[in-house]
Design a binder for this molecule. Structure first.
Ligand SMILES: NC(=O)c1ccc[n+]([C@@H]2O[C@H](COP(=O)([O-])OP(=O)(O)OC[C@H]3O[C@@H](n4cnc5c(N)ncnc54)[C@H](OP(=O)(O)O)[C@@H]3O)[C@@H](O)[C@H]2O)c1
Length: 332
């Protein structure tokens, strides 16, 4: 991949290309005004943005979403180069600095982001695509799970978040049992240092993990899908006094939980979602370190790249999950 040199401020265009989700399942690439960095913000020439599993409901449509979305939304996994600074952010980065950032409209050529929500990408990462936000989410889930060497950990769902958590847990010295549906995901789990466990009927998977753990079940189970059945399965996989970590976003309605079983087993139930920006930024630093020191091989985890004009195909791949697909990024 080549490094594009940062345009000087004087040559920045007044308009930019941005993807607009006009209706569920429909995108148009439109011209939009290039944003100007406001107080405390920097302007980033976007190099790419990942597509998140949590973007799927807005692509599929739910009654509470209003369309069209703002240009560039819901891209929130961006990285790129700083090309200008607003008032109060002049010294935050050198011009052309590579950054990953927290934002919401990164399916576009430019985005203005808070300097405090941008992380200078370590030089060790070179030009590797670095969607820092989702890796940071995985780091947060891992940290909240408080996984330590010797733990037996089940990860239910080997999508991007599940794969990052499985890898970090294995690298920390845990024994990781990775429950996934697709042969590709199971192969990947093995390559990440986890033991693949094929998805199946709830009782059968519990029995399989009971067998593999000599009846003990797991110290920690991480649910990384966001649906009822994986939540139920993860609950069953935790041993008495163990920890259930809900990493999935349960966006499609209310959940039922067997509170009797949770109480009786004495489970600690942990929400794997982090909202505080400073904690997210610290996790993004941890994510960059894990990539730089080789713990996480992003070249293996980011499997597909699409040009902005093919953003609809990128979302369809997230939905349809073709063989070999784990994480797609969109490159404007
Ligand atoms: N806690 C956080 O900070 C955070 C951050 C981002 C996302 N999330 C949430 O975490 C979950 C995973 O996100 P992601 O980005 O990893 O998404 P992803 O890469 O699209 O992975 C989705 C995972 O769910 C599995 N799955 C989908 N439908 C399923 C079903 N009916 N039964 C069993 N498994 C099913 C997929 O299995 P296959 O691969 O076999 O299709 C895959 O393992 C989502 O709920 C997302 O909203 C949480």
């Amino acid at each position: 991949m080549t490094v594009s040199s940062a345009p000087s401020r004087a040559t920045l265009p007044a308009r930019m290309r941005a993807a607009v989700m006009t209706a569920p399942g429909r995108f148009e690439v439109r011209e939009a005004p290039r944003p100007a960095p406001g107080q405390g913000q920097v302007l980033v020439a976007v190099d790419g943005s990942g597509i998140c599993g949590s973007n799927l409901p807005v692509f599929e449509g739910r009654p509470w979403f209003a369309y069209p979305l703002a240009p560039g939304a819901p891209g929130h996994e961006g990285w790129g180069r700083v090309v200008a600074a607003g008032p109060g952010a002049e010294g935050a980065f050198t011009a052309g600095a590579r950054v990953a950032f927290l934002s919401g409209a990164a399916f576009a050529e430019y985005e203005a982001v808070d300097a405090a929500a941008a992380l200078a990408v370590p030089a060790a990462l070179g030009d590797l695509p670095f969607p820092g936000e989702p890796v940071a989410c995985g780091v947060n889930v891992f940290r909240r799970a408080r996984i330590v060497r010797g733990d037996v950990v089940a990860v239910v769902g080997i999508g991007f978040i599940g794969a990052v958590v499985a890898r970090l847990a294995a690298a920390a010295g845990a024994r990781v049992l990775a429950v996934g549906r697709r042969p590709f995901a199971l192969d990947l789990a093995g390559a990440l240092g986890a033991e693949p466990v094929p998805w199946g009927e709830r009782g059968a998977v519990v029995e399989e993990i009971r067998r593999r753990t000599g009846g003990a079940l797991c110290d920690v189970a991480v649910e990384a899908v966001g649906l009822q059945a994986p939540l139920d399965l993860a609950s069953d996989l935790v041993r008495e006094s163990g920890r259930l970590v809900v990493a999935g976003f349960h966006q499609d309605g209310l959940r039922t939980v067997d509170l009797c079983a949770w109480n009786w087993k004495g489970l600690d139930v942990v929400n794997g979602h982090e909202r505080r920006r400073e904690v997210m930024m610290d996790a993004m630093r941890g994510a960059a370190e894990a990539v730089a020191d080789g713990t996480l091989d992003l070249a293996r985890l980011v499997t597909h790249a699409f040009p902005l004009e093919a953003i609809g195909e990128a979302f369809a791949a997230l939905r349809d999950r073709p063989d070999g697909f784990l994480k797609g990024v969109v490159r404007p």
